[in-house]
Design a protein around this ligand. Structure first.
Ligand code: NOJ
Ligand code: NOJ
Length: 503
């Protein structure tokens, strides 16, 4: 079961791999009649063809978005779970992922909330509102459930809401921040629609201590961010770049929301804590090794001598905001991204022949978790490979906005991956009206797309299903099947592709 999926059957595929579009008639009909087809119309991406086969690629993306959304939705309030819970995967053994992880759930609700915000269809709006309301109620119940983290940093619960009282890497303090960031988006939109009463009752009540979900999460972050936390891979205890960056974002978004709701005291407090985080986060930049270090003051956990971890890239896209703090176009981010790509390119056998695809990416080079057991060889993951696409699309968006790309010593290694050209020496500035501009922008889109093409090659092509990992030698899927986060990542990444469009 775990090994279902597609092998790398075709040895040579063209630069623009033609993806098999011959889905069965049954599948086509089910997609056409799918409820979600309507929801996606406003978000589907179409971009200028870049090569002969790119129409195929765009069709494939569109179809896969529908499948991803259907598969994601199945894991929310799934049979045998409490309403509003989000299982990480339906797999109950080898590995058992039949739990509600606070982090995964927040990331999974995010694309639904974005559809909620963008759709004009009242049926879809209502349906997502109802589902999100159930998630809000379930999450509030979890906030009040005694657990071994003794607070909101408990990483996972049984999907009936019971605490998981076995040993685990705890606390994981990114969870409340992620949940807050997703739900603040939801809250803002509800306020726009005039639902102050709902917001006051369930999301943000201005009380101290709060009885509402979002404010309780924000107060937890504001008070507890100095506490050491396990990383998002649940292995290393220390000060985490990912956790700190999303905590900072939650506090800044929370401050804006608090202000909007007249709670200026909380707004001020959140801002002050965010400012302290901003200073401390700078320490993660290792100037000698030109990379952002994922964990400082490590107290326990596996060897990570490379100092490279895809959680840094995920942090950049999950903590994105108007202030561009460690955003994907930041030189330090680009420097780190280039080293991550290089490390994984070399590490995995399936990356040795590119066949028009980008390299498959794992969590970190030293990883020994094979999807079931630790102590073996780690594999590439769907959600990390997809994240590099999303990261690149956002970087491109930033450059388009700025109207200039400045090549520096730090970002040059990234641009060498994107576009191997003598023209991109450190010190060069490429302006929007320069003859190189369009080519460079196309190359960035292409670089992002290549990671999506990699994903397209390893998923189950009949059903669009994605597990957690795919084997570094055979390309077969491995680990938890139908990992909900894989679908959420695919949706957010391919939606961003739209903003990355060239003209
Ligand atoms: C399960 C965790 O979910 C995974 O991230 C970790 O690598 C292994 N346990 C080993 O600790
Ligand atoms: C293991 C991953 O390392 C972790 O990030 C995730 O939260 C859990 N699996 C559940 O998907």
């Amino acid at each position: 079961m775990v090994h279902q999926g597609n092998m790398t059957q075709r040895l040579v595929i063209p630069r623009c791999p033609s993806l098999d579009l011959n889905v069965g008639v049954e599948m086509q009909n089910s997609i056409k009649s799918s409820f979600w087809a309507v929801a996606l119309i406003s978000l589907i991406t179409w971009s200028t063809p870049l090569c002969a086969d790119s129409d195929d690629f765009q069709h494939w993306i569109k179809r896969q978005q529908l499948r991803a959304l259907n598969l994601l939705y199945k894991n929310i309030s799934a049979p045998g779970t409490a309403a509003g819970s989000v299982i990480a995967s339906p797999s109950k053994a080898d590995p058992n992922y039949f739990f509600h992880w606070v982090r995964d759930a927040g990331l999974v609700m995010d694309p639904l909330i974005r559809i909620f915000m963008s759709t004009n269809d009242p049926g879809i709006k209502q349906r997502i509102f109802d589902e999100t309301h159930r998630y809000v109620q379930f999450s509030r119940k979890l906030q009040l459930t005694p657990n071994l983290s003794d607070g909101l940093g408990e990483p996972k619960f049984f999907p009936n809401g019971d605490a998981y009282n076995e040993s685990w890497g705890r606390p994981q303090n990114d969870g409340p921040a992620i949940r807050a960031v997703s739900l603040i988006r939801f809250t803002r939109h509800l306020l726009k629609l005039g639902h102050e009463d709902y917001v006051q009752e369930y999301l943000y009540d201005s009380f101290e201590p709060s009885e509402s979900l979002v404010k309780a999460d924000l107060d937890f972050v504001a008070k507890q961010w100095r506490q050491k936390s396990f990383d998002i891979w649940e292995e290393v205890l220390g000060d985490q770049f990912y956790t700190r960056l999303v905590q900072r974002r939650a506090l800044l978004e929370g401050a804006d929301l608090a202000l909007q709701l007249g709670d200026s005291i909380s707004a001020k407090g959140y801002r002050q804590e965010a400012a302290k985080l901003s200073t401390i986060i700078l320490k993660h930049w290792d100037v000698n090794r030109s990379r952002i270090i994922p964990t400082l003051s490590t107290q326990s956990g596996p060897d990570k001598s490379s100092g490279l971890d895809m959680s840094v890239i995920l942090a950049s896209i999950h903590a994105l905001g108007a202030d561009q703090f460690f955003s994907p176009s930041d030189d330090r981010m680009l420097a780190t991204a280039a080293r991550l790509v290089a490390a994984f390119q070399e590490l995995y056998a399936i990356n040795q022949a590119s066949n028009g695809m980008g390299p498959a990416l794992g969590r970190y080079p030293e990883d020994t978790y094979d999807g079931v057991h630790t102590g073996n060889r780690g594999n590439p993951w769907f959600l990390t490979t997809i994240a590099m696409a999303e990261f690149t699309y956002y970087a491109k968006r930033d450059f388009l906005k700025a109207g200039v790309v400045k090549i520096t010593e730090l970002n040059a290694p990234f641009f060498r991956w994107v576009w191997p050209s003598e023209d991109l020496q450190p010190g060069t500035e490429i302006l929007k009206d320069s003859p190189l501009w369009e080519d460079l922008m196309d190359a960035l889109l292409r670089f992002g797309d290549d990671f999506i093409r990699r994903v397209a090659f390893h998923i189950n092509r009949q059903t669009g299903e994605m597990s957690e990992q795919f084997d570094q030698d055979t390309g077969f899927m491995r680990g938890a099947p139908n990992l909900t986060w894989s679908y959420a990542g695919f949706l957010t990444a391919t939606w961003v592709r739209k903003v990355a469009e060239p003209r």
